[in-house]
Ligand binder design. Structure first.
Ligand code: ADP
Ligand code: MG
Length: 235
């Protein structure tokens, strides 16, 4: 029932202020929903990596994030966990439409993110879809209006925004810009800017392996008063 759930959510959110990365050893040390904790556990994730420790709390608090950490440091879960919590705490249902959008440079990365979301998010009642080049546009078009989370590449997303009347992002809560440096290196700057112009106000989490000038320019356009987190793990 909704009011029991509301109390659970409120109890979690009351703990957001006290999150201190120094005290986080395991995922269960974060105030996360039982659905997410179970999904993490059953997917074999116990201990957050540095970038996860340092950004998940800030993301839960609702801040915009500009995060940098090298490839392989675990940036995917660093955004999937707060994404799931954001929708859960908003008591998102299938009827609420698109709540979260993840933009990543390549199809392969989009598939990987989709798989991680399916695994870790399996106890949540949300639907996710992929919008990537090379798939049938018509097929994507008709299924789009049922998705609560969309994982996409920039060019293909823009194509939908421009041509698909079923594409509606009015309710969007959170935007993830994954591997932003690569998106820009691959020539998606204009597409990204056009996408940003079409989106309503929302939380934005930007991750990148490097902090280049073009990433900072994109951050200026897409983020509001962001928290800067840069993690350099010792080898
Ligand atoms: P990045 O996006 O920073 O390049 P990924 O999110 O793709 O890194 O993660 C790299 C690898 O590390 C993946 O195989 C992922 O399953 C694994 N991984 C991520 N977070 C954890 C964690 N907390 N515990 C164990 N393995 C993890
Ligand atoms: Mg990545």
């Amino acid at each position: 029932p909704k009011n029991v759930e509301s109390n659970t959510i409120k109890a979690l959110q009351d703990r957001y202020d006290q999150i201190d990365p120094a005290n986080i050893k395991r995922f269960i040390d974060f105030p996360l929903s039982s659905h997410t904790l179970k999904g993490l556990k059953e997917s074999g994730y116990m201990f957050p990596t540095e970038i996860q420790k340092n950004t998940i709390g800030l993301s839960l608090q609702g801040h915009d994030i500009l995060g940098a950490a090298k490839t392989g440091s675990g940036k995917t879960l660093a955004f999937i966990v707060p994404l799931l919590e954001q929708l859960y705490c908003s008591q998102w249902t299938k009827l609420d439409g698109l709540g979260a959008l993840v933009i990543t440079p390549t199809r392969e990365l989009a598939y990987q993110i989709f798989e991680t979301l399916r695994n870790v998010g399996r106890f949540h009642e949300i639907s996710a879809g992929l919008i990537i080049g090379g798939k049938d546009l018509h097929f994507e078009k008709n299924r789009l209006d049922h998705c609560n989370v969309i994982i996409c590449t920039p060019g293909r997303l823009l194509q939908h925004m421009d041509t698909n009347p079923l594409f509606n992002c009015d309710n969007l809560k959170v935007l993830i810009l994954d591997e932003a440096d690569r998106c820009l290196d691959m020539g998606f700057e204009n597409d990204m800017n056009a996408i940003l112009e079409n989106l309503p106000p929302r939380q934005t989490i930007l991750f990148s392996a490097t902090q280049t000038k073009s990433v900072r320019d994109l951050a200026r356009l897409s983020l509001e008063d962001p928290k800067y987190i840069s993690v350099h793990e010792h080898e």
